[in-house]
Design a protein around this ligand. Structure first.
Ligand SMILES: [Zn+2]
Length: 232
């Protein structure tokens, strides 16, 4: 006789079939992605290495403790579709789930350092308004849950666009890294190890600008970085 819980779960999944968060195809019970999508997301092994293609992007520019991207773009991969679904199809839940999946991997890594705070790259306010959520923050939420590390949203901010507002900012912006980001409440991260989160790394310029802005204000902070995908 089938046990009652199994019977109940099966009945429930017939009534409310869970669909793949990426393609809306059928999934195995309890899964969030279908097998086809799962197989077409090529993972990197960067999380297992302290030096890799990710950290190499910052050689001679910035010292980072750890850096890794979960998935590669590439011929026939679903990585582009994944990023597109998160950014333009409003799939916040997918971003949180992917963050959680990578968090569980990082937990198993021998080289993943002890992190105090997760800090997502803030979204430009106009994009935030269009999209309704910050994809890096959603990925960070999943990572935060899996790794049990708090995510901090009030330290790294986008600079206001008008010059009068910029002048009112508590901390001077940096001419050499552009004026996109600023730091508030620097005391929160003093002497801490932070993990910066972005959806995709290509040249690393955005992550570098954020890191340099933070280091200018809080020089004794340690910086690591994680992204969902790597574009190169
Ligand atoms: Zn799928």
């Amino acid at each position: 006789m089938p046990n009652l819980k199994t019977w109940f779960d099966d009945t429930l999944s017939l009534l409310y079939p869970r669909l793949c968060l990426l393609c809306n195809g059928q999934v195995h019970k309890g899964d969030h992605l279908c097998i086809s999508c799962e197989m077409k997301l090529p993972e990197t092994d960067q999380f297992e290495m302290s030096e890799n293609d990710f950290t190499e992007k910052f050689y001679g520019r910035l010292k980072i403790e750890f850096g890794a991207a979960h998935y590669l773009f590439g011929g026939g991969s679903k990585t582009q579709e994944l990023i597109h679904a998160i950014k333009y199809k409003n799939k916040r839940e997918l971003a949180v789930h992917m963050g959680k999946m990578y968090g569980l991997k990082l937990k198993e890594s021998d080289v993943f350092p002890k992190i105090d705070f997760i800090i997502p790259i803030p979204l430009h306010p106009i994009k935030f308004h269009q999209r309704g959520f910050n994809q890096s923050e959603a990925i960070g939420k999943g990572l935060s849950e899996a790794l049990n590390i708090p995510q901090v949203l009030d330290v790294l901010l986008r600079n206001k666009m008008t010059s009068t507002q910029t002048k009112k900012s508590r901390y001077a912006r940096m001419e050499n890294v552009g004026d996109a980001f600023c730091v508030e409440h620097p005391e929160k991260i003093q002497g801490k190890h932070i993990l910066l989160i972005d959806d995709v790394i290509t040249t690393g310029a955005t992550l570098e600008a954020c890191a340099l802005t933070i280091l200018e204000i809080v020089p004794d902070v340690k910086i690591s970085m994680v992204t969902l995908a790597t574009g190169e």
